[in-house]
Design a protein. Structure first.
Lengths: 163, 114
């Protein structure tokens, strides 16, 4: 499997600590993401956003989480045969994991280039497929990890710290 | 200086599509003009009107995720009732205007004294 990591250097030790300890989340939310269902894709991100808003998360951090999460959710709907989103909320951060059932990303480095997209006509008609999804996720997260390969599935996980 | 949506509406022959929520007092500091949703995801934020001709349900989600308070549909575009209902639920103001995106952006630019 090919892997991609992007971690804000200032958060490296906190991210390492998170993966070493694998703590139990305070709250965990699961959502299914069906293939090409653009009326429902985004519901998981909306629920997470509403919950975090009630928890009093800073609006700018809330925007970053919502944007990264929504883009990743749309990616699963647009590019995979379906998958799920698992959001784990802790005192100081949110960790969201997106798992799909394939068909995988052929070249992750290429997929990260702004403007590169393999989206089909349906996705483009919806106004997606500009090749900005993954760059937007990278820009708005403190940690982004993608694990994928053509013919396999894709796992994308991200972390955003609350302060 | 931000301007109130009410003032902008008057200048663009705009009609509110979401009278169920209070929109006239919403303050605008600028706009973002794009029909690519991911582009708006990367640049949309609070205080901006989003000027577009896209009018399907995901437009509301993009505004909600980024914090965009107002969507202005150019060239007389009006979304379906389900989209308007979703906007009301998310407290996003929808406006339609017969003007083009170029005119809509230009008028706001002028009103803001930019």
């Amino acid at each position: 499997m090919a892997e991609y990591w992007n971690i804000d250097p200032a958060r490296q030790s906190l991210v390492d600590e998170f993966f070493a300890q694998k703590p139990e989340p305070e709250v965990s939310l699961d959502f299914n993401i069906p293939e090409k269902d653009f009326n429902n894709a985004g519901k998981g991100s909306a629920e997470v956003k509403n919950l975090l808003k009630r928890l009093g998360i800073d609006p700018e951090i809330l925007r970053r989480i919502a944007v990264a999460s929504y883009e990743a959710e749309i990616n699963v709907a647009a590019h995979s045969v379906g998958g799920k989103m698992i959001s784990n909320i802790y005192d100081d951060l949110i960790h969201i994991r997106f798992e799909d059932h394939g068909p995988g990303i052929a070249d992750i480095e290429q997929a990260m280039i702004p403007g590169f997209s393999t989206a089909d006509d349906l996705v483009r008609e919806m106004g997606f497929g500009a090749g900005l999804g993954l760059p937007n996720i990278k820009k708005n997260s403190d940690m982004l990890h993608i694990d994928s390969e053509r013919g396999k599935n894709t796992v994308l996980e991200l972390i955003v710290f609350f302060s | 200086m931000p301007i109130k949506l009410k003032e902008y509406l008057e200048a663009i022959q705009g009609q509110s599509l979401t009278p169920a929520i209070s929109c006239e007092g919403v303050e605008l500091v600028g706009a973002y003009v794009s029909d690519m949703l991911s582009d708006v995801m990367g640049s949309g934020k609070e205080g901006l009107a989003w000027i577009t001709i896209m009018k399907h349900l995901n437009v509301i989600a993009v505004a909600s995720m980024t914090g965009i308070p107002v969507i202005v549909f150019a060239k007389g575009n009006v979304p379906e009732a389900a989209v308007i209902e979703k906007a009301i639920e998310e407290e996003i103001c929808l406006v339609t205007s017969p003007l083009t995106t170029f005119e809509l952006a230009g008028i706001l630019y002028k009103l803001l004294g930019l």
